[in-house]
Design a binder for this molecule. Structure first.
Ligand SMILES: C[S@@+](CC[C@H](N)C(=O)[O-])C[C@H]1O[C@@H](n2cnc3c(N)ncnc32)[C@H](O)[C@@H]1O
Length: 295
């Protein structure tokens, strides 16, 4: 793998070797990944790539491509190699400090928008706990033209990226990012508190795919012994930060729904719950919890 070397040649001659190497390494998206890396190095859009397969990569481009292919063969995800990802059809920068945003998390955006419904043109205040790349807060601000929000994370490296994403999406004026251990530095009341906290039980971290285990930050994955430790804190303190009529929206892991609803019903939020409901992702896995509250 370390010796993988691509010689200057037309793209059409290079591709089959790349796809073969990726397939042999057990990479399921071999053809797509090969195309994306070649496109990146040759600076081609998808349609240009289709039209320019006879293009010959220069020596420098071939060397760069060899490096990137070696990284992919070590199971670094394409999004991390390219430094950006797509979420809610918007571009997001990512880094070693941020989770690579998952399509599953788009369920949280859908669920939030459904619950916010008729309030979508109000000047809502949003709080996104464990904001990472900022994908949840920024996607919602993109959809809610009068909303403002705070994205909080314990990792300053993630906050830097989230801030860059806000600038890139033209949302700087409506999004503020701040370092906080969950609610520790948060002030004020919010109409909607959202979070996709780390939820993998510590004992299961070693079973994750190499792309996740080795490249997503542990801080974004490790949910402690039960996987649900962050939710305990969120349920316990949310009351202080929720507006009189407000929403709490949480993403969680597979098969955590029953336990999470039990935790909610045992929490100090219980007397203020108007209703709650669960939403499933595209694979049919129950993924998000929305709680309507009145104080
Ligand atoms: C599962 S990731 C979610 C990132 C992003 N919101 C997303 O959905 O892609 C969890 C995030 O929680 C942050 N985090 C972990 N512990 C935290 C804590 N004690 N206080 C605040 N944020 C924390 C991590 O740094 C990480 O960015």
């Amino acid at each position: 793998m370390e010796n993988f070397l691509i010689k200057a040649a037309p793209i059409s001659d290079i591709l089959p070797g790349l796809i073969h190497a990726f397939n042999t390494a057990g990479i399921e998206t071999a053809s797509l990944d090969a195309r994306l890396l070649v496109q990146h190095v040759a600076k081609l859009t998808h349609s240009e790539f289709i039209q320019h397969k006879a293009l010959v990569l220069s020596d420098t481009q071939s060397e760069t491509l060899s490096d990137l292919v070696r990284r992919r063969l070590k199971r670094e995800p394409i999004s991390r190699i390219l430094g950006h990802s797509e979420f809610w059809s918007l571009p997001f920068l990512i880094s070693k400090d941020t989770l690579d945003p998952r399509p599953d998390t788009e369920t949280l955006i859908e669920h939030a928008l459904e619950k916010i419904g008729p309030r979508k043109n109000e000047p809502l205040r949003l709080l996104d706990l464990g904001t990472g790349s900022g994908c949840i807060l920024l996607s919602l601000l993109h959809e809610l033209p009068f909303a403002t929000g705070v994205g909080a994370d314990i990792n300053p490296g993630a906050l830097e990226i989230a801030q860059k994403n806000a600038s890139q999406l033209g949302l700087n004026e409506r999004a503020k990012f701040q370092k906080s251990d969950w609610f520790s530095t948060i002030e004020g009341k919010f109409d909607c508190v959202l979070s996709n906290p780390p939820y993998i039980p510590e004992s299961e971290l070693d079973e994750l795919m190499p792309e996740v285990r080795h490249f997503d930050p542990a801080l974004a994955l490790n949910g402690g012994e039960t996987g649900l430790e962050s939710y305990e804190i969120i349920f316990d303190r949310a009351k202080e930060f929720l507006a009189p009529s407000s929403l709490l929206l949480l993403e969680f892991g597979q098969k955590q729904d029953t336990q999470l609803v039990e935790m909610l019903n045992k929490s100090n939020l219980k007397p203020y719950i108007l209703n709650h409901d669960l939403e499933s992702d595209l694979a049919g896995i129950t993924r998000t919890l929305a709680v309507n509250l009145s104080f």
